[in-house]
Design a protein around this ligand. Structure first.
Ligand code: SF4
Ligand code: SF4
Length: 134
């Protein structure tokens, strides 16, 4: 995901990550926009990644209409948040915070920092956080 750095994780902040439906921001794979993601992939993963990129910069398996992955059950490992956390060598207790930050940056990058998508994502995170503190 764009802007993912394990060093940006703030261990003080409790966050509970959840993928937001009707988003798909992380399925934009244009290599010039995803330097951080590409840096942590091995040679074989980079080949798989590059094979996914369409001319328009989106993944060829991304359905822009429904904003869904067409091969969700068979998507590559690096598309899974759990794998990303491992690739970026994030500690288990910081995994949620890391995933929340990655998604936030990617959603802002794709839809804008004042988009309805980022507002919806922040609302989901707030609700999760409130539920955790009950
Ligand atoms: S950017 Fe985050 S919230 Fe959006 S589809 Fe990807 S994992 Fe889900
Ligand atoms: S394979 Fe699916 S989850 Fe992975 S980038 Fe493509 S559309 Fe997104």
């Amino acid at each position: 995901m764009t802007g993912c750095h394990s060093s940006t994780v703030n261990p003080q902040r409790a966050a509970v990550w959840q993928c937001m439906s009707n988003c798909g921001a992380c399925c934009r794979l244009a290599p010039d926009e995803r330097h951080e993601a590409l840096e942590v992939l091995n040679e074989s993963q980079i080949k798989t990644y590059m094979d996914l990129v369409s001319n328009d910069g989106w993944c060829r398996f991304y359905d822009t209409g429904s904003r869904k992955c067409k091969i969700y059950e068979d998507r590559p490992d690096f598309c899974k948040v759990a794998s990303l956390i491992s690739l970026f060598r994030v500690e288990k207790e910081q995994a949620d915070d890391f995933a929340c930050k990655c998604c936030t940056q990617q959603i802002k990058s794709i839809y804008g920092s004042r988009s309805k998508e980022i507002k919806r994502f922040k609302k989901i995170l707030r609700m999760n956080s409130n539920n955790m503190s009950r």
